[in-house]
Design a binder for this molecule. Structure first.
Ligand code: MG
Length: 410
């Protein structure tokens, strides 16, 4: 994750079908009420904003995502991104917004300077239900238009209340406009420089500038969260489309001591009078976690993927094995929920090194510290651990895997 000053756009793709997305999250959401701004409200096990962000990042065509927020919220949003965006964090940049929506979008566009992406999507943080089909419709529409927005036809009867009467309004050709609204980047130049007060959204500004615009089919899941009841309704709608199953995995490993000056546990070199013997760096803790992750997705064990007989793994850092297992989880659309490791040994003492070991594991796997637990115990002098012949580690992990997407067309 980058702040605006760190943005170098070096990872921006070259393809014209790629897009950048500006997510506007600067509003206070006064109509929602409550102590927390609505983008920080709990939503399907995370928050509204992180859910929205991940829905955009899920598209492989998204080359960069700019989160525009109020200056006082930048640290909160960076923490939230670190907590919930497991991978692809390098595609996220957080910048400060302005007093009006158009000011915030302008700041987002400024942070894109240097990007080669020709298409910009502008999205509301309070619309978490974006799917890839809508993104594809918007990108298709830009082949023949300067801008496009998702929209739903008005289906309820419309009435206009006047001082002395109520009249009917013809709803034919009336639509509810949603976001993300997609634009050719070149067409946005100059759009946010003038007086934009009163403009409801970017589409309205584009209309006023005479751009060639069109509407594409929107979705009920893209409805905006304005009031608490909207949040409850969307949670129900979206939890019906993606169902996760929670899988457990366990791993166990042992390495014997040999002559040496340190042991490596969770990627941390711990000074000791002995070393752990092994084909790789003998990181018994990360080996146990690797096996637990592979177990959770029924994908064999560490020896299947990295045979000890293969010379290329001699002396290899165990980060290679653990990252491989985490990538296999991610490739299935899954995410690690939590990891709990217990080291079993009389020596060295684990407790003084526990925090660096947690930190190292979190950094490797893009996890938050609350998702990783590292504990240690002795065997009261019994067994090989008690005789100080080696170290054992056992790990238990939980992994969330998507098992059904009811909105999928296949
Ligand atoms: Mg091992």
């Amino acid at each position: 994750m980058k702040t605006s000053s760190q943005s170098d756009c070096s990872n921006i793709g070259q393809k014209t079908s790629d897009f950048c997305c500006i997510i506007v999250a600067a509003g206070g959401g006064s109509r929602f009420g409550g102590e927390l701004p609505k983008q920080f409200q709990p939503f399907l096990g995370e928050t509204v904003l992180s859910y929205t962000l991940r829905s955009v990042l899920r598209s492989p065509k998204c080359s960069e995502c700019i989160l525009v927020t109020a200056p006082g919220m930048i640290e909160d949003i960076q923490r939230l991104v670190a907590q919930f965006v497991v991978s692809d964090r390098s595609r996220v940049t957080v910048v400060s917004g302005g007093s009006e929506r158009a000011d915030s979008v302008r700041n987002g566009l400024i942070s894109l300077q240097g990007s080669k992406t020709e298409i910009v999507l502008i999205h509301d943080a309070a619309r978490p239900g974006l799917d890839e089909a809508t993104i594809e419709r918007l990108l298709d529409a830009l082949q023949h238009h300067d801008g496009a927005a998702p929209a739903l036809p008005v289906v309820d009867a419309l009435k206009k209340q006047e001082p002395d009467s109520i009249s009917s309004v013809d709803r034919t050709d009336l639509f509810r406009i949603q976001t993300p609204q997609a634009f050719k980047r070149s067409s946005l130049e100059g759009l946010y420089g003038g007086n934009h007060s009163g403009a409801l959204d970017d589409f309205e500004l584009a209309q006023a500038a005479g751009l060639n615009l069109t509407l594409v089919a929107g979705s009920e899941t893209l409805s905006k969260i304005t009031y608490p009841e909207d949040l409850v309704r969307l949670e129900r709608l979206l939890s019906d489309t993606t169902i996760f199953e929670y899988r457990m995995g366990s791993g166990y490993d042992v390495h014997a001591f040999e002559d040496g000056s340190h042991v490596t546990l969770c990627g941390v070199e711990i000074p000791h009078t002995r070393a752990l013997k092994g084909h790789s760096d003998a990181d018994v803790a990360w080996h146990a976690i690797t096996d637990a992750l592979l177990g959770a997705i029924s994908d064999g064990d560490i020896g299947d993927h990295f045979p000890p007989s293969d010379p290329q793994w001699k002396g290899a850092p165990s980060s290679v094995f653990l990252k491989f297992a985490a990538d296999r989880v991610a490739a299935m659309g899954g995410r690690i929920v939590n990891i709990d490791v217990t080291l079993i040994c009389e020596e060295p003492k684990i407790k003084p090194h526990r925090d660096p070991m947690r930190k190292s594991t979190c950094e490797l796997l893009d996890l938050h510290p609350h998702q990783v637990s590292i504990k240690a115990t002795t065997t009261e002098g019994l067994g090989f651990e008690g005789r100080r012949e080696g170290i054992a580690a056992q790990a238990i992990v939980s992994v969330a895997l998507p098992i059904r997407n009811a909105s999928a067309t296949d």
